[in-house]
Structure formats: structure tokens, C-alpha cells
Design a binder for this molecule. Structure first.
Ligand SMILES: C[C@H](N)C(=O)N[C@@H](CCCCN)C(=O)O
Length: 641
């Protein structure tokens, strides 16, 4: 579809999509697609660490490492997606193809979690674990490729649907887009843990990870279908060329040219990028300088994500050792992650409409970089809270599971069958005991059957408790099992309540609002018009590096106590926060549009009768605007930190 120019205003109106209340109808499909895709991603991610631990039977460290490797991959692939979209397929086709890859990955995960496939002896546990591990790793790789690849395309594709006369609507679209991300995440982190906690299976009942992965897979198919249905209405911009490649080539040329002219006989240039002037356009060089300034500022940022993304790993594992009984409802450990999107949906409007205006009213200039610094500080504080909670847990208990384990000792002179509505203990021979089996939290009823004898008894189970029940030799037809069967508490239930995790979730989410939401906006505002995607990819790369840092620190430090690891992460972020605040102090905000316009105007002046000397002088002045942070020319517009 071509751009249509409004004859009165001369502004571009993209596409022929119908408008509803001033919005192109096509964005409805993009917003629904994002909601379903984020549901799919966060739903799968919510139960992932528990799948590793309880289905694949990995230990906490391996589960955490693979979890963060996966998240890191998800944020490395946006670069790939951006390159493919910009230089080859265009955003529309890239989204379609990579969404198919993504959906296949989700289906592979769901299949990998069906224990019956390899449960040849039908005892409820897979017999060929290699099959499940390999299939789930292939699935995760495809998901990372898909979700990361489409990440830089979908939001930008949505932005493309608006014409120049729809600036206000485009801004609203981005807000709604962010709400959809968190709406999808909120719903899925409530639903998938509930599905996981169900028992399912053909031959034997086990926790239903296949359903918990299957529903996100279905949602990804829905996301793809919705996106395709909107196909006829989209404005599809042609690929603009590989801007990331051009940037790399230009930087490479500047470095090699500088090296070639290293001898003192060549006059030095104001900025090392100026060495690219012999071959590249001055505007491109100026734009790269703007990008490099921001990228330099990104160096400390990965540390924030190192802490932030541990919500899904260490914090979820921490919740498995806590009591999730909230009276009317019982919260699953992985459902605690729901607190994040709930707080996001409440905090973003509060910050925007109350806190920030209030700070402004007090005469304080709370600039984006100051907000990001405070965000980092809050994340460090969240980890101090996590450490305190961990100490509390360590003091109160000595085991590390949230399941209730139960075993029976048969004191009778004949075999007995024991079962609940969900778990079969099987036949226990005379004077023998059963294996431990997992029982749901809350009240469970056990059915005993031995020849003519048939009775039932019920008990309440707290999170993480373990019991041994004794079936007395005196049990006979007509006995009251509720009274006759006695139980010994091997391990006390978890006593530290999951509600204690709320403060750490509050601080990390308040940190996210200040850091992530502001950082995205900052990256967009400081990027030259044609390099916004480059900076977005750079921003997402900080998330990937942050997740690799979790692996490195956890591996190198190998701290025996979990709380000490939390304190270590908090201290590291605090140090990084101080370094970032110093770097931010020396950063000068720029207006890329204004700088670009000046360069363009100057090129236009070529046709005028301006003499070369004058033009050169102006060019030099603009370069200085970029190179020197204390430049007088922009002082009115620019603010420090
Ligand atoms: C759900 C979460 N609060 C959120 O808003 N996530 C965003 C940004 C993620 C940044 C790196 N973890 C999303 O796009 O999913």
C-alpha cells in the first residue's frame, strides 16, 4: 500500500485501512496479536523453572542457569529479527514466518512435557529423559528465535500504521501496547500455574506441564491467525536497507582509516568517527555519534536486568519453600510472578499522573536518567528484601520443597490398597511401607481397601509438609479409619508466608517502571530517526547480557547460602548504580530531529550561492554541538542528567 498525501496539509496518511475514532482499524489486530503473544511467552516462562526442577529433575542451579540462558537468547535474537526485516523480508513477512517458528517451538514444549510418551513401565515418571530434555531444548530454541525475532518488528509495525497527522494516536497506541503486554502477562501467570497444578496423564496422573505449555502454544497460534486476518488492512513499508550493516561498516572504516593515519604528520580530528568523513556522508556520521553516546551509557544497564529477571527463577524457587495459603485462595509458587504485572498496571498510571507531576511541582527536575538511577536503586533494595525473607525461611525450615509427601506403613497381616482421587499408592504388602507420594495442599481424603474392608479418612496438609501414616494391625471390617489411622509429621509445613515476597515484588516493579519504561522512552527520544530500531535492539541486548551475568556470577561465586547470593547481587547493582549516576551526570540530552534538520538544511544550501568557507564553518559548528557536552548552542534545550 502506498502513502497517501493529504492535499490540504501535505501530511502523509499511510494505507487505506478504515479509521475508527481516528485510529487505523489495522492496529486492532496488532494489539490483539501482542496480547496473545505475550500471554504465550509469559505463560510458558512462568512454569518453566518448575518444569526443569520437577519434571526434568534438574537441581536449582542447573534450572536457574538454563532459564537465564533461554531468556538471554530471547533478547539476543531481536538483532537478527531487525536485520532480516530491514534488509530483506520487511516487518510483515518477518512477523509471519518467525511466528510460525515460535508456535512450533511452543508445541514442541507441550509435547516434551507429556510423561506418558516414554513412561513404558507406567509408574508416572518418564523412562527416556533424554527425549524430553532434547525436545524441550529444541522447543526453547525455536521460541527464543521467534519471540526475540518478532520483538523489534511488532511495535514498529504498529507505529508504521499511523500517518504523520496521527502523532497523538500513535502515542496512545504505544501506551495501549504496553498495557496489552502486561495484561497478557498478568492473565497467563495466573492461568498457567493453575493448569500446571492439575493432575493429568493417560496411564498415570502427574502434574500437568503439557497443558501449562499447551495453552500458550494455542494462544500463539491465535496470535498468528489474528495477525494474518488483518493482512489486507496493513500499511506494509518496504525494507529500508540494512542500516545496522551501514552503521557497522562506517564505524569499521573510521577505525581502520584512523589506524592508517596514525602517524603524527596527519592532523588529528575532533572525534574518532570523523575519520569516516573520507568515505561516508556527514549526516550518517553525526547520527552514529548520537547512537554511540547512548550506547556508551547502556554499558552499566545489564546489571539491572540481572536482578530483574530472577523473579522467574530464584524468586519462584524461593516461593516453593513458602506457605501459599491465603485463606480463601491458595497461591501456587509460580503465581507469585503475577504481582509484577498487577503492580505495573497500577503503578504506571499512578507514576504518570501523580508522582512525576508532584515531583515537578516541588521544583525538582526528575530527568529520565535520574529516574533510571532511582530504578536501579529500588531493584537493589528488592534483593535486600529477598535476602531477609531467605534468612527467615532458612531459620524456620530445613527442607526445600512445597509439595506434601505422604507414605503409609501397613501394620496389618494382609495387603491393602491406598489411593486418593488423584494419587494411587498401590498395593502395600503386609508389614511393608509405600513410597512417598505427592499430595495436594489442603484437605485430602484417602481410600483404603483390603478384601471386605473398605474405609476412608481425611487430613489437612500444609505447604511442604511430609507425613507417615500407620495402618494398625487391629483395623478390621467396620473400623472407623478416621480415628484408627494415626500419622506422624516427618517434616513440618512451610511456615514463612508467600505474602512476605510482596515487598520485594513491589520494589522490583517500582524499579521497572522507573528504569524500563523510562529507558525505552529515553532510547527512542535520543535516537536519530533512521536508527530507532538500532537503539531498540541495543536496549534489548542489555537484557540478554544481564541474563548472562546471572549465570557467570552464580557460577563463579558459588555461594553456599542463597541469602548471601541475594546480598551479592544487591551490592553489585548498588556499585553499578553509582557508576551510572556519574556517567549520566555528564550526559547531555540532544534533540536528534533538530541536529538532523540542520545537516539536511546545510546540504540543501549546496544549491544556494553560499560560499564553501561559510558552509564548512557551519558544519564544524554542528559537529561541535555533538562532540562537546557543554556546548553553548544547545544549552537552552539540553539538560544534564
Ligand atoms: C511483563 C513485564 N512487566 C513487561 O512489561 N515486560 C516488557 C519488557 C520486558 C523487558 C525485559 N525483561 C515486555 O515487552 O515483555
Amino acid at each position: 500500500m502506498a502513502d497517501h498525501e493529504d492535499p490540504k496539509t501535505g501530511k502523509k496518511n499511510k494505507g487505506t485501512s478504515k479509521e475508527v475514532c481516528g485510529y487505523p482499524l489495522s492496529i486492532f489486530f496488532i494489539v490483539v496479536n501482542e496480547f496473545c503473544e505475550r500471554f504465550s511467552y509469559y505463560g510458558m516462562r512462568a512454569v518453566l523453572v518448575l518444569y526443569f526442577k520437577y519434571f526434568l529433575r534438574w537441581d536449582d542451579d542447573l534450572a536457574t542457569s538454563i532459564y537465564h540462558t533461554f531468556v538471554a537468547l530471547c533478547y539476543l535474537t531481536p538483532i537478527l529479527g531487525a536485520i532480516v526485516a530491514d534488509s530483506w523480508l520487511g516487518k510483515f513477512k518477518t512477523i509471519i514466518y518467525l511466528s510460525i517458528v515460535y508456535a512450533i517451538g511452543q508445541v514442541a514444549m507441550a509435547v516434551s512435557a507429556i510423561h506418558d510418551i516414554t513412561d513404558t513401565d507406567r509408574d508416572g515418571t518418564p523412562n527416556n529423559m533424554t527425549f524430553h530434555v532434547v525436545l524441550s531444548m529444541v522447543g526453547l530454541f525455536l521460541i527464543a528465535l521467534g519471540t526475540g525475532g518478532i520483538k523489534p518488528c511488532v511495535a514498529a509495525f504498529g507505529g508504521d500504521q499511523f500517518g504523520d497527522h496521527q502523532e497523538r494516536q500513535r502515542r496512545t497506541f504505544f501506551s495501549v501496547f504496553y498495557l496489552c503486554i502486561n495484561g497478557g502477562s498478568l492473565l497467563s501467570t495466573i492461568i498457567t500455574p493453575i493448569l500446571r497444578a492439575q493432575n493429568c496423564g493417560i496411564y498415570s496422573k502427574q502434574k500437568c506441564y503439557s497443558l501449562a505449555f499447551g495453552v500458550p502454544a494455542a494462544l500463539m497460534v491465535v496470535a498468528l491467525v489474528v495477525f494474518i486476518v488483518g493482512s489486507g488492512m496493513y500499511y506494509k513499508a518496504k525494507p529500508e536497507g540494512n542500516i545496522m550493516g551501514d552503521v557497522c561498516k562506517c564505524i569499521g572504516f573510521a577505525i581502520s582509516n584512523r589506524y592508517k593515519h596514525r602517524s603524527k604528520q596527519y592532523p588529528s580530528r575532533e572525534h574518532w568517527m570523523d575519520w569516516a568523513e573520507d568515505k561516508y556522508d556527514k549526516l550518517l556520521i553525526a547520527q552514529i555519534k548520537m547512537v554511540l553516546k547512548v550506547l556508551f551509557l547502556y554499558i552499566p544497564l545489564p546489571m539491572f536486568w540481572t536482578l530483574f529477571d530472577q523473579k522467574g527463577s530464584r524468586w519462584t524457587l524461593q516461593a516453593t519453600t513458602m506457605d501459599g495459603n491465603f485463606g480463601a485462595i491458595v497461591i501456587q509458587p509460580d503465581q507469585m510472578q503475577t504481582v509484577n504485572p498487577i503492580l505495573i498496571l497500577t503503578l504506571v498510571p499512578i507514576m504518570d499522573s501523580v508522582i512525576y507531576p508532584l515531583i515537578k511541582k516541588c521544583g525538582l527536575n526528575f530527568t529520565p536518567l535520574k529516574r533510571m538511577t532511582v530504578g536501579m536503586f529500588l531493584a537493589a533494595l528488592a534483593f535486600v528484601c529477598a535476602a531477609v525473607v531467605q534468612i527467615e525461611i532458612d531459620v524456620s525450615r530445613k527442607h526445600l520443597t512445597y509439595f506434601n509427601l505422604t507414605q503409609f506403613v501397613n501394620g496389618m497381616n494382609k495387603p491393602v490398597n491406598v489411593s486418593t482421587s488423584e494419587v494411587v499408592f498401590g498395593q502395600i504388602e503386609k508389614f511393608h511401607y509405600s513410597n512417598y507420594s505427592q499430595i495436594r495442599n489442603g484437605r485430602a481424603t484417602f481410600f483404603l481397601q483390603s478384601g471386605q474392608l473398605s474405609c476412608a479418612f481425611s487430613r489437612d496438609f500444609g505447604f511442604g509438609s511430609s507425613y507417615t501414616f500407620f495402618i494398625p494391625s487391629t483395623l478390621s471390617l467396620g473400623s472407623n479409619c478416621q480415628e484408627s489411622i494415626t500419622g506422624a509429621e516427618d517434616i513440618k509445613p512451610n511456615s514463612v508466608h508467600m505474602a512476605l515476597q510482596v515487598p520485594q515484588y513491589f520494589f522490583i516493579t517500582a524499579g521497572e517502571v522507573m528504569f524500563s519504561v523510562t529507558g525505552l522512552e529515553f532510547s527512542y527520544s535520543q535516537a536519530p530517526s533512521n536508527m530507532k530500531a538500532v537503539l531498540q535492539a541495543g536496549w534489548l541486548l542489555t537484557v540478554a547480557i544481564g541474563n548472562f551475568i546471572v549465570l557467570i556470577v552464580a557460577e563463579v561465586a558459588k555461594l553456599p547460602k542463597q541469602w548471601t547470593e541475594y546480598v551479592l547481587f544487591a551490592s553489585l547493582l548498588l556499585c553499578v548504580c553509582i557508576i551510572f549516576s556519574i556517567m549520566a551526570y555528564f550526559y547531555t540530552y540532544i534533540d536528534p530531529t533538530e541536529i538532523e534538520a540542520k545537516f539536511r538544511r546545510n546540504v540543501g544550501d549546496d544549491d544556494d550561492d553560499k560560499n564553501d568557507k561559510q558552509r564548512k564553518l557551519e558544519m564544524e559548528m554542528m559537529k561541535r554541538d555533538l562532540d562537546r557536552s557543554d556546548d553553548e548552542h544547545y544549552k537552552g534545550k539540553q539538560t544534564k542528567m
